[in-house]
Write a protein that binds this ligand. Structure first.
Ligand code: NAD
Length: 260
């Protein structure tokens, strides 16, 4: 197994959840990793957990907030200084914000969701695409959501920013496809990560497991997804095997989006 052998892959939000799962799957496939997160402690733990399973993996960690343009440039520069270039970019860091109706939504939280989920995704592309252009090769995987395909009650900024991620993905495909850069987005449904566990706690604080069971009941596969299942899709989209899929938003949700 070496779909990403010796490929330099940058992953944001790599300390836990979908970012960590993709990092682990990438290491399994021979990648060289630049892992970015604003939670330095968890990031170091992620690195040591990966090294325990795949001890030969070359891993750089960079503590950075993706909503800070200067910090984004820094993680890109540090990666290139350490590993020479960047072949793949898993543009994953994101937050959900709060559950509140549109007009009651806290404005500061709204702006924070936009800064991380939209501007953070854009800054990463702004600084990594030129490096990929120089080598006429690149694979970018942005993280949208099923909330980037449809509406979700009480999550206006999340839905708005995830639709924007899908849009930015289409434009990158149009503008940079001719440079050997394929850009796609994934749209996970409910995948059991810390972020989703927190959402179930907000929906039903006294019984989050009941909220989880209710959500799973509506899914054609009758369960939530696993982070490693998303990791496998991401590795395909980051690899040379993904040679003619460009500008797509691919749902990974057990089929649930077919019934909206
Ligand atoms: P998570 O909360 O479990 O992990 C997110 C990671 O990103 C954490 O390590 C966190 O420290 C980091 N992070 C958050 N904001 C950051 C910032 N500004 N700068 C740097 N690092 C930051 O979340 P997750 O469930 O793994 O979600 C990852 C991505 O997948 C998000 O974009 C999310 O919207 C998307 N997503 C997740 C699901 C799901 O079911 N888990 C569904 C749809 C979309």
């Amino acid at each position: 197994m070496g779909r990403l052998k010796d490929r330099v892959i940058v992953i944001t939000g790599a300390a836990m959840g979908l970012g960590y799962a993709a990092a682990l799957e990438s290491a399994k496939n021979g990648a060289i990793l630049s892992l970015v997160d604003y939670n330095g402690e968890s990031l170091e733990k992620a690195k040591s957990d990966i090294l325990q399973q795949y001890p030969d993996t070359r891993i750089l960690t960079v503590v950075a907030d993706v909503s800070d343009e200067v910090a984004v440039k820094k993680y890109v520069d540090e990666t290139v200084r350490e590993f020479g270039t960047i072949h793949g970019f898993y543009n994953n860091a994101g937050i959900e914000g709060r559950q509140a109706s549109m007009v009651e939504y806290d404005l500061d939280v709204f702006k924070k969701v936009v800064d991380i989920n939209l501007m953070g995704v854009y800054y990463g592309m702004r600084y990594i695409i030129p490096i990929m252009q120089q080598q006429s090769y690149g694979r970018i995987v942005n993280v949208a959501s099923v909330g980037g395909i449809r509406g979700v009650m009480n999550q206006t900024p999340y839905v708005a920013t995830k639709h924007a991620v899908s849009g930015i993905t289409k434009n990158a495909a149009l503008e940079y496809g001719r440079f050997g850069i394929q850009t796609n987005a994934i749209a996970p449904g409910a995948i059991l990560t810390p972020m989703v566990a927190e959402a179930f706690r907000q929906v039903n604080p006294s019984d989050p497991k009941a909220a989880e069971a209710e959500y799973a009941a509506a899914n054609p596969t009758k369960r939530l997804g696993l982070p490693e299942e998303v990791g496998k899709l991401v590795v395909f989209l980051l690899s040379e095997d993904c040679s003619y899929v460009n500008g797509q938003t691919i749902a990974i949700d057990g089929g649930q989006s077919n019934s909206y």
